[in-house]
Write a protein that binds this ligand. Structure first.
Ligand code: 15L
Length: 264
């Protein structure tokens, strides 16, 4: 298969930088955007546009000629509703309008924080009721629904990836459940690009961790099989926990505790 021409938003962010480097090395042609300057050397064949996701025309122009949009831009931590509104709500709407215009497939990185209020003892299926743990998780739930509307009304394909925690290694007890290794993450993006049809597919973005909170998703459909597992890190990090009872008992971890006012 020829390598895709892809638009990568949020290219200067934590995951954007990993994707920029590794996907370019695999021969992808990347158009990259971010509201901040790109901090690294520009990968071979890539172009970078410093722009806001709130600028609809700029988003539509940046996506022209792309087969795929990897939408990693926006706010990725728990913040006030006002801070999240522009980048995550308006910005993601602009991405879907661009995808509709240019007939591009979208990878929408959703998050563990769409189900952050479930207890860690529960194992979730892809069609579980979402229980976002704050304004950030709520914006990801909106993105998932936007993906569904654009598939059902406009045949824009999406892979919604509910990413756990993409880190070089798991560094605390919760990450033993949520860890997605960089290699599994890159392989997943390649499957999202190469699968013939994805329609509207939901994936739990975690490696093959025996302590996973999740099961049952669309991975067979897109041909993804994680190869890594957090299991080899259990002895090393199991004792590393937060001192907060709420954070430690729920899937969302620390994000849940931001502005948490329920008592009991
Ligand atoms: C997320 O959605 C965040 O973007 C990321 O920074 C991590 O904190 C991750 O979830 C997590 O909760 O581990």
């Amino acid at each position: 298969n020829p390598q895709p021409i892809a638009l990568l938003t949020g290219a200067a962010g934590q995951l954007g930088r990993v994707l920029a480097q590794r996907l370019s090395a695999c021969g992808w042609q990347l158009r990259m955007t971010d509201i901040r300057p790109f901090p690294d050397a520009l990968p071979r064949g890539a172009r970078f546009f410093e722009m806001s996701l709130e600028d609809k025309d700029a988003v539509i122009d940046a996506a022209a000629g792309c087969d795929l949009i990897l939408h990693y831009g926006g706010i990725s931590t728990e913040q006030s509703f006002e801070e999240i509104l522009g980048p995550n709500y308006r910005g993601t709407f602009h991405i879907y309008e661009a995808a509709r215009r240019h007939r591009a497939r979208v990878v929408f990185p959703s998050s563990v924080h769409v189900v952050g209020l479930y207890d860690r003892s529960e194992t979730l299926d892809q069609d579980c009721v979402l229980r976002p743990d704050g304004y950030y998780g709520l914006s990801k739930a909106y993105g998932e629904m936007l993906a569904r509307v654009y598939w059902e009304k406009h045949a824009v394909e999406s892979v919604v990836v509910r990413i756990g925690s993409t880190l070089p290694e798991p560094t605390d007890r919760r990450f033993l459940s949520t860890w997605l290794s960089h290699d599994d993450f890159i392989a997943l993006m390649q499957c999202c690009a190469q699968a013939e049809h994805v329609g509207f597919t939901v994936i739990w973005g975690a490696s093959d961790n025996s302590r996973s909170f999740w099961r049952d998703d669309g991975r067979v459909r897109i041909g993804w099989r994680p190869k890594d597992s957090s299991d080899g890190f259990i002895d090393q990090v199991e004792g590393i926990v937060t001192q907060d009872v709420i954070a430690e008992s729920l899937q969302g971890g620390r994000f849940v505790t931001v502005d948490y006012t329920r008592d009991g």
